[in-house]
Design a protein around this ligand. Sequence first.
Ligand code: SF4
Length: 379
Amino acid sequence: MTREHLLNLDLPALAAILKTAGMPPFRARQIMEWVFQHRARSFDQMTNLSLRDREFLADRFVIFTAEKARHVTSQDQTEKILLRWPDGGLTESVMIPCDDDQADDYGRTVVSHRRTACLSTQVGCPVGCAFCASGLEGLKRNLTSGEMIEQALQLTHLLPEQRRLTNIVFMGMGEPLANLDATCGALKTLTAPWGLHIGARKITVSTVGLPPQIRALAAHGLPVTLAVSLHAPNDDLRRQIIPWATGISIDMITSAATDYFEKTGREVTLEYIMLAGVNTLPQHADELASIARKIRANVNLIYYNEVPGIPFLRPDGGTMKTFQQRLRTLGVNTHVRRSRGRDVSAACGQLARQDRVPLEIHRDTPRTGGDKSRSHRAL
Ligand code: SF4
């Protein structure tokens, strides 16, 4: 019998299965505690369970299903893992550490230790953004909610015992809202007290902008931050770089984003990957500002990380600064997202691509530019 992925189950579902096996009601909670709090990798480690119960569980369930195909650590301590799933599919997950000073509610300086996990939601991606390595080969399949949670746990296991993940961004490979049910299942486990117990406000779901799914996410009642990967300030340009933008206008997206804000109370963020000479002109900043003001959105400007074989270029610091300043002058709260892990193929999809295509080929490929520093992605 094929064993079931334990991480696909929530607490009530596990309790129901264990009840039929004659186990007491508290057993499910004990198992979740072992997995999420004590970082157990196998049922053998669950020493407060009887041998009989552990054998039953090991016959019936598997906790981790993926093999860690690669693990690279950047000079800035960003860690990136490439997971190979049992069907051979590859996905990337990233852990971004950030230790800095922040003011608390009383104005005192406190050191904040953020550990942000960037998770994938699909093997490959159906959206096919022109600047993105993940979109190059299209969609292979959706990930299950358990596979998303497994990524979070694999990243947790990289941390010292006293540290835990503090933030989650769904900005890895795939379009989270094209796999909405599984993404919402994962959100449930990430936020549950019996799960990873991360506040919904510390979680960001990034989307290329699918209006019905944005409204469906709002209806789930979890106030996660919604990040819309706009990347172009008008429909003509957007359709040239994001194939899925055909048929979905910016107006349709801003209308859904407004509904999201009204329903959840969470401000929407506009993600804008800066592609040198393509979407970085002053008129682009003016158009972007008017969209952001209309929906009271913050803007994150993202440096493009170049991907061999993709003809887009990373802008220089001066271009970023001038664009940011213009947006701020127009009244838009704008940040430049720090570029992390550049020395370990930071662009989403690059590790997976290297695993499939020999590195020699990448070295021989002329660097004409472009990577998607994670199109709508976190690094
Ligand atoms: S940038 Fe995001 S949405 Fe676009 S192809 Fe890449 S993973 Fe998919």
